[in-house]
Write a protein that binds this ligand. Structure first.
Ligand SMILES: C[S@@+](CC[C@H](N)C(=O)[O-])C[C@H]1O[C@@H](n2cnc3c(N)ncnc32)[C@H](O)[C@@H]1O
Length: 296
């Protein structure tokens, strides 16, 4: 960074230009958010302070963050958190960064349960705990009784999600997270139901659904930084759905799953092969089919 630059606006313009030339999308917004983080202020305050000279200390804090972004590290990992459905979710490279697309799954779940109470939910692949925090938080706000069990294969994901539930004031005991391997032969929904003395009414999941060939084509930003186990099933992208459909045939819950925008037809074939007839696909706001519901 050139030493003669001193005001916030000068450094901001210079840095945004640098990111942009290095192929980083939304460069200006990225730099603004990095500055909000360094200066602990809102974007509005940032705009009001454009002419303010930055202190050496502030520049020293900003530079390493800009360097990380220049190396394609996702902004959310650098900032340490992101917003999901109005909930602040801490993220680190052990968990997938929550995507706005996944909010459609939360919306769909809340619509479905709006007239229900005593709701027992099992989530497969909790990750950062974004869905768990949003669903539990919203059910709590609506004074619903619920029990939420979330499982994930990653130890660090479980501790990140647990911290996120705590930070979002989700009452201890209403949402329990456990390390489990959903794909293992030993995995059993019945066993979890016996352990927690309940019957799940809802099974929800945003599973890893990127096939191996598609995984290799992801942007470097995703490939180099986000956990592969959260993105790909190391197969054809349908591995988790096959197992979920098998479970559906022995479990009387409603299943809500996020799906890839381009897999509706293959999933329809799989559903037919599994003998599941009562299901529907819902679109996101861009018009893509992103949520599959298996009705009770
Ligand atoms: C697409 S991410 C979803 C994370 C989070 N629920 C969200 O929506 O952002 C899938 C999650 O499934 C977890 N996972 C992968 N394989 C698993 C397995 N065999 N058993 C349980 N969880 C698994 C990953 O660790 C990851 O956290």
């Amino acid at each position: 960074m050139k030493d003669k630059l001193s005001t916030l606006l000068e450094i901001l313009n210079y840095s945004a230009d640098l990111l942009s030339k290095n192929g980083i999308k939304d460069a200006r917004l990225n730099v603004e958010l990095l500055f909000c983080h360094v200066l602990s202020c809102s974007r509005l305050k940032l705009y009001l302070d454009f002419d303010k000279p930055l202190t050496q200390d502030e520049i020293n804090k900003f530079k390493p963050l800009l360097k990380r972004r220049l190396k394609n590290e996702p902004l959310q990992y650098i900032l340490g958190s992101t917003n999901f459905y109005g909930y602040e979710i801490a993220v680190n490279p052990s968990v997938l960064i929550p995507r706005p697309d996944t909010e459609v799954l939360v919306e769909r779940f809340l619509e479905k349960t709006k007239d229900e109470d005593n709701i027992s939910i099992l989530e497969i692949g909790t990750g950062s705990g974004c869905i768990a925090a949003a669903v539990s938080g919203e059910l709590g706000k609506n004074n619903k009784k619920y029990k939420y069990i979330g499982i994930d294969i990653g130890d660090e994901a479980i501790s990140t999600a647990t911290a996120n539930l705590h930070a979002n004031n989700i009452p201890e005991g209403s949402c329990i997270l456990e390390k489990r391997d959903f794909l293992s032969e030993d995995f059993s929904v019945k066993e979890l139901e016996e352990k927690y003395k309940l019957e799940f009414n809802y099974i929800i999941s945003n599973p890893p659904y990127i096939s191996i060939p598609e995984y290799k084509l992801l942007d470097r930003e995703v490939l180099d930084y986000e956990p592969g186990t959260a993105l790909t099933d190391s197969g054809d992208g349908l591995v988790f759905y096959r197992k979920l459909f098998e479970i559906k045939n022995i479990c009387d819950a409603v299943f809500l799953m996020e799906i890839a925008y381009n897999r509706k037809d293959e999933l329809t074939n799989l559903l037919e092969c599994a003998g599941i007839k009562d299901y529907n696909f819902d679109k996101d706001y861009s018009g893509n089919y992103r949520v599959l519901t298996l009705n009770r």
